[in-house]
Ligand binder design. Sequence first.
Ligand SMILES: Nc1ncnc2c1ncn2[C@@H]1O[C@H](COP(=O)(O)OP(=O)(O)OP(=O)(O)O)[C@@H](O)[C@H]1O
Ligand SMILES: [Mg+2]
Length: 444
Amino acid sequence: VTQVLKADASPEKRLFISLITRDISLIAAVLDLIDNSINAAVQPVSQRLLTASDYHDFYQDMRIKPSVDIRIRIGPDRVEIEDTAQGISAETARTQVFKFGTTAERGPVDDRLSVYGIGLKRAIFKLGNRVKILSEHVAGGFDLDLNVSEWERTPQEHWEIDISRRSPAKQGETGTRIEVSELYEPTAQRINDGKFVGQLREAISKTYDFYLARLVNVFVDGVPVDGAHVQISTNRTSEDFDLGDVSCSVNAGIGTPEGKEYRDRTSGWFVFCNGRTVVSADKSTLTGWGTGGLGIFQPKHRPFLGTVFFVSADAQQLPWTTTKSDINEDSAIWQEAKRLMVSVGRTITEFLDSRYKDDGTAVASADLRSIAGGSEHVMSAAAASGRVFAPPPRSASNSVTIQYKAKVTDVRRVAKYLGRPSMGGAEVGRHTFDHFLRNEVGEG
Ligand SMILES: Nc1ncnc2c1ncn2[C@@H]1O[C@H](COP(=O)(O)OP(=O)(O)OP(=O)(O)O)[C@@H](O)[C@H]1O
Ligand SMILES: [Mg+2]
């Protein structure tokens, strides 16, 4: 006779909290809150952002001006984020916002940056123990004042958090404010390490380059954050493909130098999902370097700039991880993209490699600019248009470099013999070659 028992398999709040906060950095946690504000800001225009070319057109539309402000304040003992989007209704707060994960009913409708149903919880639990949320919505928003450790200690059959309903807000006075205080020790240390705010600003600038230009203004401690404005050459190779409900376009070209130099942070691959930067300036095996595909990234590849643009109205299908700051490498769509990245990317690496070959085209840095043929914002490359990178003609290859070693004393003697003791090695070489050519071989 078998006796059927019910083994306890219920979740522990403690486990949840530690699991979801463990693998996310503090910066990524703050970005998760910004993602939510931007996702809310996108909702009214989400039907204009369905395909890759929609993102391109939206970016190009100069009539669109940022409509939502997001203000972040980082204090020694609190973190605050406030937005002027449409807010959260008490009903949505009651049924969706605090659930861990999304319910099956929530269809892919207006959300572009909200995917897994975890970001908000993860961010607040990462930051501190005391959470206050106030949201104004035209249908009536809500208030919340949560003591996380108390909540964690309270056993509940059905996990719940107390919220109170607010009266309806006027159009134009909506928005959400989240404040976390009683910061945890590691959080407080990181925030006060003297670098955090600067790094946060830089992360925002890189991550929301697209949205900062067209949809939102972001302020950190009152100071506006500018988009990174990464630029790619108009002379580039591009290819695109669709898989399921995701469209993808891959571009490789040349970046823009600052002064005379091609900088590290604008060099490598940039990957975007629904306009949000997921990976920037990557030169690792993640994006195909050093794996036989593109070869190891070397200093001569500094001018390389590639972009991969994934777009889907169903954000679940995009190849990002739950933190949205990394790629789900096993996804079929990423595998396919990577294949293209190698073939598209090679048109540029082969050209850059050839600059350093004797028989190839010798291209000085200054000439790279003219080969680039102008530059435009990487978002302009969101919609690929079947371009093919055109390397410069190989006519310059009618000259070669000759190098050899000679004793310093011998070079000096030749220089002295020629009556110019201060002549350098290269000049002595050129002179003696010319002399031989003229007097022994004869002019051609
Ligand atoms: N600032 C905000 N304005 C409007 N709605 C918001 C805001 N922040 C959160 N929400 C609502 O709360 C929900 C839950 O947010 P949460 O970040 O936990 O998950 P998600 O955004 O759906 O998914 P992800 O795990 O990808 O972030 C969102 O789907 C959205 O409906
Ligand atoms: Mg979110």
